[in-house]
Design a protein around this ligand. Structure first.
Ligand SMILES: CC(C)(COP(=O)(O)OP(=O)(O)OC[C@H]1O[C@@H](n2cnc3c(N)ncnc32)[C@H](O)[C@@H]1OP(=O)(O)O)[C@@H](O)C(=O)NCCC(=O)NCCS
Length: 161
């Protein structure tokens, strides 16, 4: 068994945001289990699978923050895969809003391997834009993070399509 890198932050079980959560820290919402279909030819986690998980996580986060399910990926900054994962490992995807624009939200992402306790990657900038029903950017009117579901649009279960 390998010894966790002392430079890496210790994995905490909490992951619940609180008022004292430092600005730069992401909140780890989602865990994934690395399955055979997620591997590359080297037998380690395929980058494309990981990027799909991150984009999906960022999309859900953006929708909750902007209160708009029509939120689309606009920009993703450079990605440096610093370590990986093997079949059977569990990874955590963390996201945090760093900036609220007029129609956009900018987020930071971090992924870590729960088994090796190594960071797999960080992405400094993921930008999503909220759109209206015509596919045009729409102002969201928010300037800070919500830790609730208060912005999320709801509909009744029997509403017609
Ligand atoms: C999202 C889209 C409607 C935005 O159109 P646009 O003409 O760039 O719109 P705007 O210039 O008004 O910019 C909208 C917001 O995006 C931001 N933005 C635009 N280009 C950006 C870039 N390269 N990097 C970061 N943010 C950017 C703007 O700053 C603006 O944010 P703000 O209102 O908070 O200030 C359009 O680019 C689009 O449809 N892209 C495809 C999106 C998509 O399908 N994504 C899924 C992956 S294929």
């Amino acid at each position: 068994m390998t010894t966790p890198d002392a430079r890496q932050p210790e994995l905490r079980p909490d992951n619940l945001p609180d008022a004292n959560h430092p600005e730069h820290e992401v909140t780890f919402h989602t865990r994934r289990w690395v399955r055979p279909e997620d591997l590359n030819a080297n037998g380690t986690l395929f980058g494309g699978s990981l990027l799909r998980w991150i984009d999906e996580e960022a999309a859900i986060y953006a929708m909750i923050q902007l209160g708009n399910t029509r939120a689309v990926t606009k920009f993703i900054s450079e990605i440096n895969f610093v370590s990986s994962a093997r079949q059977g490992d569990m990874i955590e995807v963390g996201i945090r809003a760093t900036e609220f624009g007029r129609t956009s939200i900018t987020m930071r992402a971090e992924v870590r391997n729960m088994v090796t306790q190594q960071r797999i990657l960080t992405i400094d900038k993921i930008v999503f834009v909220g759109l209206d029903e015509h596919g045009k950017p729409v102002p969201h009117g928010f300037d800070g993070i919500t830790y609730d579901r208060d912005r999320f649009p709801v509909r009744s279960a029997d509403e017609e399509f």
